[in-house]
Ligand binder design. Structure first.
Ligand code: ATP
Length: 367
């Protein structure tokens, strides 16, 4: 399947002053499992609907390989049914008067596939999705999770090169959701499909995606592998959107900063030595913090912050430790049973390469 390319794609809904999607450039390569991730209202669904042809862009172009599907400038718009893409939306939109088998065969029937082949294809994908035993039931006789699996089976039956999925696991309980994630990953590998997947769930994106596109306010914030996005967030929004507990941010705004802020500021300036950027804040992921006794000599290539332990919260196999430095609460996580106790004075140590430095605009600077 050739590359899907969105160039300067915008969408402004009639009567709306702001753009739901604003000059978005996005490339989805053959075999990508691309997750579009972002908070509610950031434009994920609108983008997916434009790729599907269910919504017309108000600016820019969408192409697949050499074939232009949308171009506002050239006045091109290819109808959804001619885009050869499979769709599964949050509302599974099954035909209520058709059995599960008939629903699964629906796309094949539209494509005029013969009865015998239709039937064997449907059997195959119903088995893959674990819904074979419901073949003769109607959608209203299935649970939400089972219906969602039928919607996926209906799409898989036609084996489209591109699958567009909008929160397809949102109606499943957490256990089934986990199972379906594994299933989707397997489908992606077995069917060698290209998947564009919309979610607001960071862990879903981290576990499924080959690449993640993070959106906010209709704009692309960063695109990269899950590791890139997590380890090298391009700005403070991306840094804060991924991670639980969230990244600790220390801002350098005060004229007379508290000791830990002054220490962090000095550290950031040393790190940016020679660069023109002015550090505005640093970010420290909770798992980057080591907790040491205060007597421990500060390591030369690390940021150290004096703090005291406020609370220790067991989270089942790991612990969240809440520390306080000059009245500010900082969160650390560890998978090793902590030896400190609430009230203990400690030193928080963060290796230099694990300190994210942002400029006054919130953009990443340095490494
Ligand atoms: P969610 O995760 O809540 O589904 P999203 O990131 O998918 O959100 P969109 O549904 O694409 O976001 O919506 C983007 C923006 O466009 C929102 O501000 C929304 O209110 C607006 N919007 C979406 N559909 C329409 C519509 N049909 N008419 C007018 N505005 C719309």
């Amino acid at each position: 399947m050739p590359t899907i390319r969105l160039q300067g794609i915008s969408k402004r809904y009639p009567g709306s002053t702001a753009s739901a999607v604003d000059s978005l450039d996005l490339t989805v390569n053959d075999g990508d499992f691309m997750c579009m991730l972002g908070p509610s209202g950031c434009g994920k669904t609108t983008t997916l609907r434009m790729i599907a042809g269910l919504e017309q862009p108000t600016g820019g172009s969408i192409s697949v390989g050499d074939r232009v599907l949308d171009s506002v400038e050239q006045g091109v718009f290819v109808a959804p049914e001619r885009r050869e893409m499979g769709l599964v939306f949050q509302s599974y939109a099954l035909w209520p008067h058709m059995t599960i088998r008939q629903n699964t065969e629906y796309g094949l029937r539209l494509r005029k596939v013969g009865r015998a082949e239709r039937s064997s294809r449907a059997d195959e994908v119903m088995n893959v999705m674990g819904i074979g035993r419901f073949a003769d039931r109607y959608p209203s006789q299935l649970s939400g999770g089972q219906q969602q699996r039928v919607a996926l089976a209906r799409m898989l039956a036609v084996n489209p090169g591109v699958m567009l999925l909008d929160e397809p696991l949102s109606n499943l309980d957490s256990r089934l959701r986990l199972e379906m994630r594994t299933e989707l990953k397997r489908i992606h590998q077995d069917f060698r499909s290209t998947i564009v997947f919309v979610t607001h769930d960071q862990w879903e994106a981290m576990t499924l995606a080959t690449r993640i596109a993070v959106l906010a306010d209709g704009r692309l914030q960063q695109i990269g592998t899950p590791t890139d996005i997590y380890d090298r967030p391009r700005n403070r929004f991306v840094a804060g959107f991924l991670g639980n507990p969230p990244i600790n941010i220390i801002e350098f705004t005060d004229d007379e900063p508290a000791p830990h802020i002054a220490a962090a500021h000095r550290f950031a300036e040393t790190r940016l030595h020679g660069a023109t950027a002015v550090p505005g804040s640093i970010g420290i992921r909770p798992e980057s913090i080591r907790i040491e006794p205060p007597s421990q000599a500060p390591a030369p290539d690390a940021l150290t912050i004096d703090a005291s332990i406020f609370a220790i919260l067991p989270t089942g196999g790991s612990w969240t430790i809440e520390a306080v430095a000059d009245g500010r609460h900082l969160f650390a996580t560890t998978s090793v049973p902590p030896t400190c106790r609430p009230g203990d004075d400690v030193r928080l140590r963060v290796a230099a390469h694990e300190v994210h430095v942002f400029d006054t605009e919130g953009e990443r600077v340095g490494l």
